[in-house]
Design a protein around this ligand. Structure first.
Ligand code: 5GP
Length: 183
């Protein structure tokens, strides 16, 4: 495929903007304020699940006006058929002991809920002072396990979305907005 065709193909997959840059910015500002108000003075550790949540983490942490620490982990869950095996494969783990922190997991999207359900169980077993989950996007209609994030910035329908950290085949993470992917 020549270069122009490849770019046309790339652009044709961006069906429509679902959530604009401005809307994302405003929602993150509000979330940052809520977090700052509720944890003021407490030891906070923001834990971002890579790769998808890296953009959200970068913007959210800059709207938090109280001291906080930042960490990253990579987690993959394995399933037999449609059921979670309950096994989380941590391809990159946290380095610190989290028992002295109020942990806030920062996630890009909750879909079936399997990954976060497993990650939450795993981190709770490490006895943090408290543990909450904030997600940019939530697709509750797709839920398979009984899992509810503590804060969802946007609840969306059952659509495959890209942009703002979310990929399709590793592309589109750098779009500054959330778009519907043209399947
Ligand atoms: P869950 O375990 O909740 O089913 O899956 C969560 C992960 O699936 C997310 O962190 C994300 O990587 C991926 N995912 C779920 N829905 C979408 C979507 O609409 N678009 C993209 N790009 N990834 C998604």
């Amino acid at each position: 495929m020549d270069k122009i065709k490849a770019i046309e193909e790339y652009n044709s997959k961006i069906k429509r903007v679902l959530i604009s840059e401005e809307e994302i910015k405003a929602a993150i500002k509000e979330a940052g304020k809520k977090i700052s108000d509720s944890y003021n003075g407490e030891p906070i550790l923001l834990v971002s699940i890579l790769n998808g949540a890296f953009v959200f983490m970068a913007d959210l942490c800059r709207e938090i006006t109280v001291p906080c620490e930042i960490a990253f982990m990579c987690a993959k869950s394995y399933y037999n058929g449609t059921n979670s095996s309950g096994i989380v494969n941590i391809t990159m783990d946290l380095e610190q002991d989290i028992s002295g922190y109020h942990v806030i997991i920062v996630e890009d999207i909750v879909d079936t809920g399997r990954t976060l359900n497993d990650v939450v169980k795993l981190l709770k077993a490490r006895n943090p002072l408290s543990l909450r989950v904030v997600t940019l996007l939530d697709k509750p209609s797709r839920r398979i396990v009984d899992f509810d994030p503590d804060m969802s910035l946007f609840v969306i329908e059952d659509l495959f979305v890209i942009g703002y950290g979310l990929d399709c085949g590793e592309y589109y993470r750098n779009l500054p907005y959330i778009a519907e992917y043209n399947q």
